[in-house]
Design a protein around this ligand. Structure first.
Ligand code: SAM
Ligand code: SF4
Length: 351
């Protein structure tokens, strides 16, 4: 049992930020993606190998440390927090963190506009209602195929029924669901239309993602890579895609599909760069702040948090992070047999 429920809601987080987070390229940081574990109950082939080595638990931030860190970000003007992983819902007592952070939501008199998560949905059946009560309104769910056998091949676990139950539970709890699918050459490329049609029929938007060369996996990255401009052309043969003005300040470009009435997002790190308006920072479960998903630059917030002067040290570490946030990522996906662009897996930094 954790004592996170006893944590006070700091007044600091309710007032206007004294020193907003602005980087060297004048981008204002308002979005924190916070990983709460590197562990996962699936083993998606594009994300991690079957025999993944996970971090020793002592290296991972406690729920109280995660909470303190998150409130420190809110005090500096962060208005959106996404909890991610690994699989965030495999972490014990994680709903306590949502409940504690939920008290900072604007709807509850705080300064946080949105508290959300990215999940594979295997545990959502058990948690959807509690998350909604904690103040979560929207959830991103990763789903790359609706075919049970393909799902098992892709995630190395036979969990599609459980995931579909999780998605239904989220809908029943009143959460707005967005599905994320990684487009994979020769794996799910023929299923993308069906996945979009199903999702839009259920009232869920869909975002497609190009695979990124993060961490060693057991497959050749170039063989997985499916450029989304080709996918979009194929979709346009069936549907009318109208550019949407929806924007999250994030990497996705959006289209409304006239025939389905649903929205389609495309995240194209390779065929289109999206860094200009980047408003986010990422923190791993060990408290390493990575200002860019595609960069090696980092600042150690855990050392700052566990120092004798945590507030001062964390503030200084955040200031340092702002000076090293790169202008753009430099992912490359053009060399067969190349080492990963970065050794760390997506499950480490949080997708
Ligand atoms: N386990 C949760 C899930 O799958 O939703 C949250 C963490 S997962 C790392 C976050 C997102 O990253 C997922 O949508 C996943 O599909 C995506 N992802 C993982 N590895 C990737 C890679 N190498 N390239 C592109 N997307 C990746
Ligand atoms: Fe787990 Fe998400 Fe990575 Fe799949 S993408 S292995 S669900 S962390």
């Amino acid at each position: 049992m954790t004592d996170i429920r006893q944590r006070d809601v700091m007044d600091l987080a309710r007032t206007a930020p004294a020193r907003p987070l602005v980087d060297a390229f004048q981008r204002r940081i308002t979005y924190l993606r916070l990983s709460v574990t590197d562990r996962c109950d699936l083993r998606c082939t594009y994300c991690m190998p079957e025999r993944m080595t996970f971090l020793p638990r002592k290296d991972v931030l406690t729920l109280e440390e995660l909470y303190d860190l998150a409130t420190g970000f809110i005090a500096r003007g962060v208005t959106k927090i996404r909890i991610t992983g690994g699989e965030p819902l495999v972490r014990r007592d994680i709903v306590d963190l949502f409940r504690a952070l939920g008290r900072h939501l604007v709807s509850r008199g705080g300064a946080l506009k949105e508290l959300t998560l990215t999940t594979n949905a295997t545990q959502l059946g058990a948690h959807a209602e509690d998350l909604a009560k904690a103040g979560v309104e929207r959830v991103n769910i990763s789903l790359d195929t609706l075919d049970r056998e393909h799902f098992e091949r892709l995630t190395r676990r036979d969990a599609l029924p459980q995931v579909l139950e999780g998605i239904a539970a989220a809908k029943d709890a009143g959460l707005k669901v967005k599905l994320n699918a990684v487009a994979l050459k020769g794996v799910n490329e023929d299923e993308i239309e069906g996945l979009i049609a199903w999702a839009h029929g259920q009232g869920h938007d869909v975002t497609l993602i190009e695979v990124m060369p993060l961490g060693d996996v057991e497959e050749e990255r170039l063989d997985q890579y499916l450029p989304l401009d080709a996918v979009k052309s194929r979709l346009e043969q069936r549907w009318t895609l109208e550019p949407s003005d929806a924007s999250t300040g994030g990497p996705a470009r959006y289209w409304d599909i006239a025939e389905t009435g649903g929205r389609l997002g495309l995240i194209t790190p390779h065929t289109g760069n999206f860094c200009e308006g980047c408003n986010r920072l990422r923190v791993t479960a060990t408290g390493q702040l990575y200002p860019c998903l595609g960069g090696a630059e980092r600042v150690d917030l855990r050392a700052a948090l566990r120092s004798d002067e945590p507030e001062k040290q964390v503030a200084e570490a955040l200031n340092r992070a702002l000076t090293i946030k790169p202008e753009k990522h430099h992912f490359r996906m053009d060399q067969r047999g190349a080492a990963p662009h970065l050794p760390r897996h997506m499950s480490m930094t949080g997708g």
